[in-house]
Design a protein around this ligand. Structure first.
Ligand code: AMP
Ligand code: ZN
Length: 453
């Protein structure tokens, strides 16, 4: 079954396919900026991309997917943090890179095959900038910085349709002082001691020493690790403009060929109706939620409960629901025979995932199977769905896993309580107690715990 995904450039759902003769699918996902802990909004994007990677592996085979995700370890924010803390840039970025890896592992995200850093690819970036200058797509500003000239690339704006909107000044006043056109963006930033502290490298020929602009890092790392044309490029929706628009301009002008054959942008995680962001300070980290007693697997599950192309409002209630869903899945898995059963039972789950990554529909279909009495389910087929969603049921606390019959009783009691049929609710609670389970009611749902013997 082919994987179909919305393409943000062509604005339609299209099939993914490898284009290189070696059959290896080239997949690039813009990674984190490592100056602070990634919040669970960031992880919504990374978990969605992890499901994509898993689907590609199931479809093409694990050796036929090359997944690259960068680490942005030099930019205004990382340098700002290093100055604020009074520690070298490399020390700050290492600390947050390690934390990011730890959180990714807890969320059961597969490691990308290559995880290049911006500071590890300065010569590649300088080289690309020099080519762009030679070709007339870039120019040196009076202060020794280098800018990309958007007027030199007629397709500029195709991804974001920025020309159809008002082209706004999105860059800093520092940039605006030196460039020819308000839309031009920095490829190389000349060193400024007051801003950059110790951070500088020799620049492209004809430019000053300094540091790369943000966008060029992805173009250079993609070219080095995946080649001039890739099969899929992804990121959160905020990256569509200017970051990805600029990546297209740089790469296509430098290489003279199509940069990415397919673009995918997932929507943001909101908290109280606004985007969760580090700069707004309205965020939860994985550590915050673990400290409240939630499991990382419940966080992963909750992040998959909304359609990736729709905004998702994060609530602690959704984590309660995720915890009890995982407990049911774990209990269900324990009932499956090692052999036998119908491997075709989970067709609807894969159909949902392979059709524009509809994770909530896949979870819905999964629970239809779990709740259907009399189905004979193949354990390996169930495990394949768990692999695709990246749900590691061994990481779910055993104490919360109630057998399906107990969950069914609890569901009935919850429904009775909601219908204000307290006599029935009390009778069902007695049944649960007699079976050795205690049901704890919460505002949004319940959890089950075995009674101590
Ligand atoms: P950053 O570390 O800021 O470079 O962001 C890393 C990734 O997280 C990018 O793909 C962003 O688009 C994405 N991102 C940032 N904020 C959110 C959010 N609230 N919800 C989902 N993804 C986000
Ligand atoms: Zn990028």
């Amino acid at each position: 079954m082919a994987i179909k995904l919305f393409d943000s450039l062509k604005r339609e759902i299209r099939e993914l396919s490898p284009s290189h003769p070696d059959g290896v699918f080239r997949f690039y996902n813009c990674g984190p900026t490592v100056y602070a802990p990634a919040h669970i909004g960031n992880f919504r994007t990374f978990v969605i991309n992890d499901v994509l990677r898993r689907l590609l592996e199931l479809e093409l085979g694990p050796d036929r997917v090359k997944h690259v995700r960068n680490l942005t370890d030099v930019d205004d924010r990382t340098i700002g943090q290093s100055k604020k803390e009074g520690h070298p840039l490399g020390q700050i970025t290492k600390k947050w890179t390690d934390k990011f890896h730890e959180d990714c592992a807890a969320l059961n995200c597969l490691r990308p095959h290559v995880e290049p850093t911006a500071t590890g690819h300065i010569p590649e970036q300088v080289n690309m900038i020099e080519v762009l200058m030679q070709k007339g797509n870039a120019y040196r500003a009076p202060d020794g910085s280098v800018y990309f000239k958007i007027a030199s690339f007629p397709d500029y704006g195709a991804l974001s349709r920025i020309k159809e909107r008002e082209l706004k000044v999105t860059n800093s006043a520092f940039d605006a002082d030196h460039k020819d056109d308000v839309g031009d963006f920095a490829l190389w930033k000349a060193y400024k001691p007051e801003d950059d502290g110790e951070v500088q490298w020799p620049g492209p020929q004809g430019a000053s020493a300094g540091r790369p602009g943000w966008h060029i890092e992805c173009s250079a790392m993609i070219k080095k690790h995946l080649g001039e044309t890739i099969d899929l490029h992804t990121g959160g929706v905020d990256l569509l403009f200017p970051h990805h628009e600029n990546e297209i301009a740089q790469s296509q002008c430098c290489n003279g060929t199509t940069f990415a054959r397919h673009w995918y942008h997932s929507e943001h995680l909101l908290v109280d109706g606004t985007t969760m962001s580090k700069s707004k300070g309205n965020y939860y980290t994985l550590g915050d939620l673990v400290a409240k007693g939630y499991s990382p697997m419940a966080v992963r599950y909750a992040l998959l409960m909304g359609h990736p192309r729709k905004q998702l409002n994060f609530t602690l209630d959704s984590l309660h629901a995720a915890e009890s869903a995982l407990a049911s899945l774990r209990a269900f898995r324990a009932t499956l025979p090692a052999t036998g059963g119908d491997p075709g039972v989970f067709a609807a789950e894969f159909e949902a995932l392979n059709n524009d990554l509809n994770t909530p529909a896949a979870l819905g279909a999964l629970f239809t199977v779990v709740n259907t009495k009399g189905l004979v389910v193949h354990a390996a087929a169930f495990d394949r769905v768990m692999f695709a969603l990246g749900l590691d049921l061994n990481a779910v606390a055993a104490k919360t896993a109630a057998p399906a019959a107990i969950t069914a009783l609890a569901d009935q009691r919850w429904a009775a309580k909601k219908a204000k049929d307290f006599t029935a609710a009390d009778a069902l609670r007695k049944e649960l107690t007699a079976a050795g389970w205690s049901m704890l009611d919460r505002k949004d749902g319940y959890s089950l715990e075995p009674l101590k013997k």
